[in-house]
Design a protein around this ligand. Structure first.
Ligand code: FE
Ligand code: MN
Length: 365
C-alpha cells in the first residue's frame, strides 16, 4: 500500500498519496515548472499566493457604492473654497491612474501571469489583474461623475513629459518581454525579476505614492471625500499587489540563486534610482505651488523614504541608508484601514466574508 499524507486547506483536511503529492510539489516553480492546463492548485506550494488571493477577494469593493455628491459640488465650486491647484491635483490623479492601472493590468496578463508556471501563482495574479480592472473602473466613475472630458484626460496623459517618461519607463520593459523567451537562460530569468521589481516595487510601490499622498492630503481636509475614499481602497489593494510581486521576486531568486549577482542587484538599485528621479519630476508638475500646506520637497522626501523601504523589503541596500524620516506619519495611519472601525460601516462591509472581518478584528486587539 502506498504511503499517504494529510494536507490541509484552511479548516479542511484531506488525504493524498505521498509520492504523487511530492511529485506535484516538485513540479511547482515560479519559472520553468510543470506546465499544465488543468489548474492544479492542490497541493499548494506557494501558500502566500493562496492566502493573498483570499485576502484580496475579501477586500472587494465597487466604485458605485461610494457617494460622489460632495465631490461634484466641490468640483463645480467657484467660491474659492476649493483652490484651482487642488482641482489640478485631482485632474493629474485621474489622468495618470486612468492609464497606469491599465498598464499594470496588461503587464500582469501578458507577461507575469503568462511566464509563471505554478497554478496558485496564476490564481493570485488573475485576482491582481481583476483589481486593476476595478481601479480602472473607479476612474471611469470619477470621470463620469465629475463630468471630465475623457479626451482631455487622455491628452494630459499623452502630452505631459513627466507623465510620458514615467509611462515609457515601465511600458518599454513590458514590451521587451512579449516574445518567446527561453526562460532557462539566466538573463531571461533576470528579465523576469527586473519586470516584477519595476512594476511591483518601483511603479505600484513607489511611483503611485506621490499622488496617493496628495489625494489623501485633500481627503484629510474634507476635500473630494468620495475620490479620497476610493483611493484608500485602491491603496489597500496596492499594498497587496506590492506583496505579490515581492514574494515572486524572493521565491524566484531562491529557486534560481544564480541570477542574484552583485551586478544585477546594483542594476535593480539603479532602476529604483531612476524611478525615484522620474517621480520627483512628476511631483513638481503636480505641485507647482505649495498647496494643501504640503510642499513638493516634503513629497520628494516621502518618495525617498518609500523607495528605501521597497529596496530593503526585497533584500537590496537602500539608496539613502534607510535613514530618511517619513514626513507624513498621518499618511501611514490613513493607509492602515484595519485600524479604523468606522470605515467598515459602509456598504463595503457586505462584501466582507465573516472570516475576513474576524481577522481584521483580531488584529485590533
Ligand atoms: Fe491598481
Ligand atoms: Mn495594482
Amino acid at each position: 500500500m502506498s504511503e499517504s499524507i494529510t494536507i490541509s486547506v484552511g479548516p479542511k483536511t484531506f488525504v493524498l498519496d505521498k509520492a504523487k503529492a511530492a511529485e506535484a510539489l516538485a513540479g511547482k516553480r515560479v519559472l520553468n515548472g510543470a506546465q499544465s492546463m488543468f489548474f492544479d492548485i492542490l497541493p499548494i506550494k506557494y501558500q502566500w499566493a493562496y492566502d493573498l488571493y483570499k485576502t484580496m477577494k475579501a477586500n472587494h469593493w465597487e466604485p458605485e457604492d461610494i457617494p460622489m455628491q460632495k465631490d461634484c459640488e466641490q468640483w463645480r465650486d467657484a467660491s474659492g473654497e476649493v483652490k484651482d491647484v487642488e482641482k489640478w491635483i485631482i485632474k493629474m490623479a485621474v489622468g495618470y491612474f486612468s492609464a497606469a492601472e491599465g498598464i499594470v493590468g496588461d503587464n500582469i496578463q501578458h507577461v507575469t501571469r503568462d511566464l509563471v508556471t505554478a497554478p496558485e501563482l496564476k490564481l493570485v495574479l488573475g485576482r491582481h489583474a481583476h483589481e486593476e480592472n476595478i481601479h480602472a473602473d473607479s476612474l471611469v466613475y470619477m470621470i463620469s461623475s465629475l463630468g471630465i472630458n475623457p479626451h482631455e484626460c487622455e491628452a494630459l496623459f499623452r502630452s505631459l513629459p513627466s507623465i510620458m517618461r514615467k509611462t515609457d519607463f515601465v511600458v518599454n520593459n513590458s514590451r521587451k518581454m512579449r516574445r518567446d523567451l527561453d526562460m532557462t537562460l539566466p538573463e531571461n530569468k533576470q528579465a523576469f525579476v527586473r519586470n516584477c521589481f519595476m512594476f511591483g516595487q518601483c511603479m505600484e510601490g513607489t511611483q503611485f505614492y506621490g499622488l496617493f499622498g496628495m489625494v489623501l492630503a485633500l481627503y484629510r481636509q474634507n476635500k473630494f471625500p468620495g475620490i479620497g475614499q476610493m483611493f484608500r481602497y485602491t491603496l489597500r489593494d496596492e499594498s497587496n499587489h506590492i506583496e505579490v510581486f515581492r514574494n515572486l521576486i524572493m521565491d524566484c531568486v531562491s529557486e534560481n540563486p544564480e541570477v542574484w549577482t552583485a551586478s544585477f542587484k546594483e542594476e535593480l538599485r539603479n532602476t529604483m534610482r531612476e524611478a525615484v528621479a522620474l517621480e520627483k519630476d512628476f511631483i513638481r508638475d503636480c505641485l507647482p505651488v505649495n498647496a494643501l500646506g504640503l510642499s513638493a520637497d516634503e513629497f520628494c522626501q516621502y518618495i525617498d523614504f518609500i523607495a528605501d523601504r521597497r529596496l530593503i523589503d526585497v533584500g537590496l541596500a537602500p539608496l539613502n541608508g534607510g535613514k530618511i524620516a517619513n514626513p507624513f506619519p498621518w499618511l501611514a495611519e490613513m493607509m492602515d484601514l484595519k485600524k479604523e472601525q468606522n470605515f467598515f460601516e459602509g456598504r463595503v462591509t457586505e462584501y466582507q466574508k465573516a472570516a475576513a472581518l474576524k481577522v481584521a478584528h483580531d488584529d485590533d486587539l
